[in-house]
Design a binder for this molecule. Structure first.
Ligand code: 13P
Length: 340
């Protein structure tokens, strides 16, 4: 097995998944605004330290996606974050895209930027300890969206990123995110997701990517958040699996879903329902940002005396998602108190 495949498989080891803690400056500011905490460099550092240090978190967390600032920061005892994570057996990763920007000559679609200079940045990140990376493209759903233009330009960029990663010995997580804002139906969501995936795997193949050294980070197929009669847990699980079976090659070792604004409990329940229907050709796991962090953020509110409570809240979310990896989650487990 190549080093890339070994790393990809370790990231989707049984019972484990990925913590996405790679919020850009703008996004972390939004999260901190929601708890009335100022987004200073030290507050960001303290918050990330809280997430990386709960005892036993490595039982459920295989890897953490870091932001450029975070991969250069250290814990309060001076240990660089990538070293701290490695010492717990957690694999450090890095967000390398530069964000979704307006796609020229469209009214409201985006193209993800960040390819210029990427080869040199990947080399530096590997030196800092990163063994996997992430690039996120976004697509919205409306009568004329996503356009073929948006689907194919983003697929091309995702594949260029993935090729540079594999050349650098870094596992690319490819993240085509169909956004779930709006009133669209489950069927609309399935169609848009299928189109984005089909274009992505066409480009990955054409650009010589070895699927075995990659992971896919897709949205789940949901009804739009503002739709009436939204699909339930089982319908979402079935619709998501159907799209994945149609479009994702079996050589991909794992599919690590994003949470995309679902409630914590829905994100866990959907993953659980899909794993209950297994075995599948790929591991089905999580790479959640909000759905893993929300309770911890709320418990912390920027106060050092709340760090332990916040860590317990995060530990519980990680444990429940770990259970969903094997279809062993039940909603009653939400009430379980984590020992201090
Ligand atoms: P969410 O789980 O909050 O959607 O974040 C995952 C992520 O990394 C988005 O790029």
């Amino acid at each position: 097995m190549t080093e890339l495949e070994t790393t990809a498989r370790a990231l989707v080891a049984e019972g484990k998944g990925i913590l996405a803690a790679d919020e850009s400056d703008g996004t972390i500011k939004k999260r901190f605004d929601s708890i009335d905490v100022e987004s200073t460099e030290d507050n960001r550092r303290a918050y990330r330290e809280l997430l990386f240090t709960p005892d036993g978190i490595e039982e459920f967390i295989s890897g953490v996606i870091l932001f450029d600032e975070t991969i250069r920061q250290s814990s309060s005892d001076g240990t660089p974050f990538p070293k701290l994570l490695e010492s717990k057996g957690i694999i450090p990763g890095i967000k390398v895209d530069k964000g979704a920007k307006p796609l020229a000559l469209t009214s409201d679609e985006t193209i993800t930027e960040g390819l210029d200079g990427l080869r040199a940045r990947l080399e530096e990140y590997r030196g800092l300890g990163a063994r996997f990376a992430k690039w996120r493209a976004t697509y919205s759903i409306a009568s004329d969206r996503p356009s073929e233009y948006c689907v194919w330009t983003n697929a091309h960029a995702l594949a260029r990123y993935a090729a540079l990663c594999q050349e650098a010995g870094i596992v690319p997580i490819v993240e085509p995110e169909v956004l779930m804002d709006g009133t669209h139906s489950l069927e609309d969501s399935a169609r848009a997701t299928g189109r984005a995936l089909q274009a992505l795997y066409t480009e990955l193949h054409d650009q010589r990517i070895d699927y075995r050294g990659t992971l896919l980070k897709p949205n789940m197929v949901l009804s739009g958040y503002e739709a009436s009669n939204r699909a339930g847990i089982d319908e979402v699980a079935d619709a998501t699996l159907e799209v994945l079976y149609k479009h994702v090659p079996a050589g991909v070792p794992g599919i690590v879903f994003l949470s995309g604004g679902q409630t914590d409990e829905d994100a866990t329940a959907h993953l659980n329902a899909m794993n209950k229907r297994g075995a599948h050709p790929w591991e089905l796991s999580f790479s959640y940002g909000r759905a893993l962090q929300a309770p911890a953020l709320k418990a912390w509110v920027g106060k050092s005396e709340n760090v332990e409570a916040a860590q317990r809240a995060f530990h519980l979310r990680a444990k429940l998602n770990g259970a969903a990896r094997t279809g062993m989650y039940a909603p009653e487990m939400e009430r379980e108190a984590v020992p201090a």
